[in-house]
Design a protein around this ligand. Structure first.
Ligand code: UGA
Length: 431
């Protein structure tokens, strides 16, 4: 089938490439010309495992193309997926500006009957809003249907998550929309779950908020473990054998980040407030996460009277491993705090350093080429991302390299006893 995908970020580009890979003819649209010309050369604008290879493979097979020319592309489109960003507004609500612009552009240009599918994460009721915008702005007498199809891709594993999804959620209001989406997803051979559009929109927020809640819950239990002499790693292991709880998302740490959990928990909380309902669990999830991010720095403040003139190593900038994404990364506020307190911060990240430098340039932030350079003569070290390159650092290296081996580990990478045996003043979460 011919498919148009608008927006070439993590959602749109991954979806477009995977649709092409299962045999559809895909046109990806973006307003960013530099991005489009990069993709036309077979280069992925984002770092995502397997993505660039699949882009090149499907371009060679002539199944995917990239363009900024939305007007001509929409003209004869049969199916258009909207995969543009829905960032956070200052009040916590989702910013639907881009979704609305695209809806209007679709309305003004389509000349044939068309199914518009909203893939972006959008608050309950947005599909109806998109339908209204399109119907209000149609220039031609055509039939348009709008369906919801939220994505469940985790960055770093997005291609795999799309090709081998646990399920495909489709929110539809008609048999014809359902039939078309079933046809699109048939080659993926995955379970397809149909429901109404509002439910489909809610599934996405409910999933992300539940996972965020699971993390915040573990972080609170971790903090209590520390107080009462239990070890969160042992507790999590003990919990993981209960398959009603499951083994995933039990890792306590410096708090969740990324473009999804922080934004989606706030948007769900906002939606509840707007509807006069207090969503206590999600509110608590957000609060716990905000506190958790400051936990290690508070601990460090107790150990060091001042950070003034100190060399502080920071290992890991990205919000999680296998991505260069810094959105809502715990490293950001912590580094800003250290710099404000007069520290010289030597960071190391295998991929995200350039992104960090572009966004938060400061003469007090240095970018080391390897962990050794960051750790050399440092007075303290913070670990914010559990990259393999960081996990590979041996405890004795901290002792050898740092002038004062004080390690604040936000990802519980190391065995406490081993760190102690190596003479390291080691602080982690919940142990
Ligand atoms: C998340 C969801 O996992 C996806 O299913 C969803 O589709 C996506 O959001 C989205 O809405 O687009 P992502 O944000 O890429 O994916 O990353 P995760 O792997 O879920 O991690 C999110 C944050 O939670 C990271 O900061 C990670 O370090 C933290 N985390 C994760 C923990 O602190 N503990 C854990 O046990 C797991």
């Amino acid at each position: 089938m011919d498919i148009v995908v608008t927006g070439t970020g993590y959602v749109g580009l991954v979806a477009g490439v995977c649709f092409a890979d299962v045999g559809h003819n895909v046109t990806c649209i973006d307003v960013n010309e530099a991005r489009i010309s990069l993709m036309q050369k077979g280069i992925s604008p984002i770092y995502e495992k397997d993505l660039q290879e699949l882009m090149q493979k499907n371009a060679e097979k002539g199944r995917i193309r990239y363009t900024t020319d939305y007007a001509n592309t929409y003209k004869n489109a049969e199916v258009i997926f909207i995969g543009v960003g829905t960032p956070e507004n200052p009040d916590g609500s989702a910013n639907l500006e881009y979704v609305e612009i695209v809806s209007k552009q679709i309305a003004e240009n389509i000349e044939n009957d068309c199914l518009v599918v909203v893939k972006s994460t959008v608050p309950v009721g947005t599909n109806e809003r998109v339908e209204k915008i399109i119907k209000d702005n149609l220039k031609n007498n055509v039939k348009v249907e709008v369906a919801s199809n939220p994505e469940f891709l985790a960055q770093g594993n997005a291609v795999h998550d799309m090709l081998h999804a646990k399920r495909v959620i489709i929110g539809i209001e008609s048999k014809s929309a359902e039939k078309k989406l079933n046809e699109i997803y048939k080659p993926f051979n995955l379970p397809i779950v149909s429901m109404n559009r509002r439910s489909a929109e809610m599934v996405k927020y409910a999933c992300n908020s539940f996972l965020a809640l699971k993390i915040s819950y573990m972080n609170e239990i971790a903090n209590l473990c520390k107080i009462v002499g239990a070890d969160i790693e042992e507790v999590a292991k003990g919990m993981s054998y209960d398959d009603r709880i499951g083994a995933k998302f039990l890792n306590a740490g410096i708090g969740y980040g990324g473009s999804c959990f922080p934004k989606d928990t706030k948007a769900l909380n906002y939606l509840a407030e707007q509807n006069g309902y207090e969503l206590k669990t999600v509110k608590a999830t957000i609060e716990v996460n905000e506190e958790q991010r400051k936990r290690l720095i508070k601990k460090a403040k107790k150990c060091f009277k001042s950070f003034e003139g100190k060399k502080i190593a920071v290992l890991g900038l990205a919000f999680k491993p296998e991505t260069d994404d810094l959105r809502e990364a715990p490293s950001i506020d912590n580094i800003k705090y250290l710099v404000n307190q007069g520290a010289n911060v030597y960071t190391y990240d295998p991929i995200a350093s350039n992104n960090f430098k572009e966004k938060y340039d400061d003469e007090k932030i240095m970018y080391a080429k390897n962990p050794t350079e960051a750790l050399k003569d440092a007075d303290a070290c913070f670990i914010f991302t559990e990259w393999n390159e960081i996990k590979d650092i041996k405890p004795e290296q901290y002792k050898e390299l740092m002038s004062n081996p004080s390690v604040f580990d936000g990802r519980n990478i190391y065995d406490i006893n081993e760190m102690k045996e190596n003479g390291i003043d080691y602080h982690s979460i919940g142990r």
